[in-house]
Design a protein around this ligand. Structure first.
Ligand code: UT7
Length: 318
């Protein structure tokens, strides 16, 4: 038994924050941001618009694309580090919104690797026979934990959501997933506050040691790509599309070089979405599917790296 992606969907909030907007707010420039990150703009949730609101839009689009209704879903897993509230969990909230009852619904917190972690969990539920059809979502409102005047982070992060419907099938589908973490690097990328540590009403925010995280990301992603190919006995030439986490165009280019892939075979959304953490991989996947680049039968390599550190990859026959 395997799981297959039978539908994808995504959602971006209407509000857009451009590099020109940021130039007015802080000591930065459009040229610097584009050259160092590849980002031109990012979408920002409206006041009152939440992670679950965006997850719901993306989930409904994925259900439509899969040709199924919410009642067909027997598992919901949401990857996010920006839940609406501490409880109920965003998976259960999404289940309530969709009017789908009874199956397990939960969230996983693995920062930018959240969607890969969620996909891996849902794949295991389906492979074990416990679930038949799963909704897997990555959704974030990073703008709520970003200091809007900090040039080391405000230029990077955006909001959005992406989703897939996974269905049981006798053919893969998801061929393998690989999840990793090294909590020894917690100090390089973190949020200043939360729940049990306490909450600063003046604004908890993400702190990023940019160039150090960058170096680790390039090395670690190179390694997970090798591990994924080796686990499947495949050469890098077998991959049709790289669908990477969208943190920085230079990190994406390094991963493509490692795979010896031309950038034409890489789905890049960082220019228009910025870094949307757990939402970035399913958002990029949906863009590639809907614009017709990713076709049924293509072999996809999904990868992500984020706070923790956490990282992971999935090899998927679409
Ligand atoms: O999604 C989870 C994983 N996250 C990542 O992987 C993010 C990884 N890191 C990065 O993407 C990059 O490190 C950044 C985009 C965050 C920063 O780029 P960088 O090329 O590593 O720049 P830097 O931090 O080494 O800074 C270079 C210079 C510094 O000035 P000096 O010391 O050379 O005079 C910074 O003060 O650029 C300056 N700088 C800026 N200048 C204009 C830093 N931020 C900005 C800015 N605008 N926004």
């Amino acid at each position: 038994m395997y799981s297959r992606i039978v539908g994808t969907g995504s959602y971006l909030p209407v509000g857009v924050l451009t590099n020109a907007d940021l130039e007015k707010r802080m000591e930065t420039s459009d040229a610097w941001i584009r050259e160092r990150t590849g980002i031109r703009r990012r979408h920002i949730a409206a006041a009152g618009e939440t992670t679950v609101d965006m997850a719901e839009h993306a989930a409904r689009a994925a259900l439509d694309a899969a040709g199924c209704v919410a009642a067909d879903i027997d598992l919901i897993v949401v990857g996010t580090c920006t839940p609406d509230v501490v409880l109920p969990n965003p998976g259960a909230m999404l289940q309530g919104r969709l009017g789908n009852r009874g199956g397990p619904a939960f969230s996983v917190e693995a920062a930018c690797s959240g969607f890969i972690y969620a996909l891996s969990l849902a794949d295991k539920f389906i492979r074990s026979g416990e679930s038949k059809r799963a909704l897997v979502v990555g959704a974030e409102t990073l703008s709520r934990i970003t200091n809007p005047t900090d040039r080391s982070t405000a230029i990077l992060f955006g909001d959005g959501a992406g989703a897939v419907v996974l269905a049981a099938d006798d053919k893969p589908g998801v061929m393998s997933t690989h999840l990793r973490a090294d909590g020894g690097y917690a100090d390089l990328l973190y949020c200043t506050g939360g729940i049990s540590k306490g909450h600063d009403p003046a604004g908890d925010h993400i702190v990023l040691a940019g160039s150090e995280v960058f170096r680790h990301a390039v090395t670690i992603l190179g390694r997970i790509v090798d591990e994924t190919l080796a686990a499947n006995g495949l050469d890098r030439s077998a991959i049709d599309w790289l669908v990477p986490h969208q943190a920085n165009i230079r990190i994406i280019q390094a991963a493509a070089r490692k795979l010896n892939m031309p950038m034409e075979r890489v789905i890049v959304t960082v220019e228009d979405h910025g870094n949307t953490s757990a939402a970035s991989v399913p958002l990029a996947l949906d863009v590639g599917v809907r614009d017709g680049r990713i076709k049924r039968g293509d072999l996809l390599l999904l990868e992500a790296f984020g706070a923790g550190f956490t990282w992971g990859a999935a090899l998927v026959r679409y």
